[in-house]
Each structure stands twice: as structure tokens, then as C-alpha cells.
Design a protein around this ligand. Structure first.
Ligand SMILES: [Fe+2]
Ligand SMILES: [Fe+2]
Length: 137
């Protein structure tokens, strides 16, 4: 019932961006039907718990997302280390990622992880900033 100051469009953009992360890594990891079921269950549980949390405290909800995003930045950094060490094969980037991030046609997994990690750092800053604004409101 009040002006959202552009928060909704920012968060919708973030959700769409995360959707592209998921679709990209589904292409790379090729999860089995069992793993897909686990992902759907995890999404269902997270969605409902987060919804309830948001009703109680949007500040805490954005703060938690900020920390989760920071954890994602850390995980993708470890992923890069693994790619460079040869633990993970630096496969060709899927077309969906090349199109979305406008990567060169010969882009590899490493290029994708770098742009995804940049996205996560942006999400981290946005969500901590939203939590700060709610804290100071
Ligand atoms: Fe993500
Ligand atoms: Fe994120």
C-alpha cells in the first residue's frame, strides 16, 4: 500500500537472473530425475519458509539472502580454483549462457562462472543494502 521505490523490479530482475543460473547449471550438470526431484523439494521447502520469514521480518530475510549470496561468491571462487586445478573439466559454455551473458561463441565454463560470481556479488550488495534500509527505517 505504499511506493516500493523500485524494489519489486529489482527483485524480479534478480529472480530472473537466478533462474538463468539454474538453467545454465542444469545444462552443465545434467541432473538425473532423482536430483531434479530433490531440487524441486528443496525449492518448495525454501519458498514456504522464506515466505513466512518475510512476513515476520523482511529485514532479516534480506540479511539472510545477503549472507547466502556472499556464500555463493565464495563457492564459485572455489569452483574456479577447481577448474584451474583440473578437478572440474573446463567444458564449453552452454548456448543458453552465451546468449544470456553475451559471451564469445568459444566461451568456456570458467567464463560462465566468472560472470555468475559477479551476479552473486551484486545480489549480495543489493540485499544487504535493502536490509540496511529496513534497519534504518
Ligand atoms: Fe545464483
Ligand atoms: Fe544470487
Amino acid at each position: 500500500m505504499q511506493d516500493d521505490d523500485g524494489w519489486i523490479s529489482t527483485l524480479l530482475e534478480e529472480a530472473d537472473n537466478e533462474r538463468m543460473h539454474l538453467l545454465t547449471f542444469v545444462h552443465i550438470a545434467q541432473p538425473s530425475w532423482f536430483e531434479r526431484v530433490l531440487i524441486i523439494i528443496a525449492q518448495g521447502v525454501f519458498y514456504n519458509l522464506f515466505f513466512i520469514l518475510y512476513l515476520f521480518s523482511s529485514r532479516v530475510a534480506h540479511r539472510i539472502v545477503g549472507y547466502l549470496e556472499e556464500e555463493a561468491v565464495y563457492s564459485y571462487t572455489e569452483y574456479l580454483v577447481g577448474i584451474d586445478a583440473g578437478t572440474y573439466e573446463n567444458v564449453a559454455a552452454p548456448q543458453i549462457a552465451i546468449d544470456y551473458w553475451k559471451l564469445p561463441a568459444d566461451a568456456r565454463l570458467r567464463d560462465v562462472v566468472l560472470v555468475v560470481r559477479d551476479d552473486e556479488a551484486k545480489h549480495r550488495d543489493v540485499n544487504h543494502d535493502f536490509a540496511n534500509q529496513l534497519q534504518n527505517a
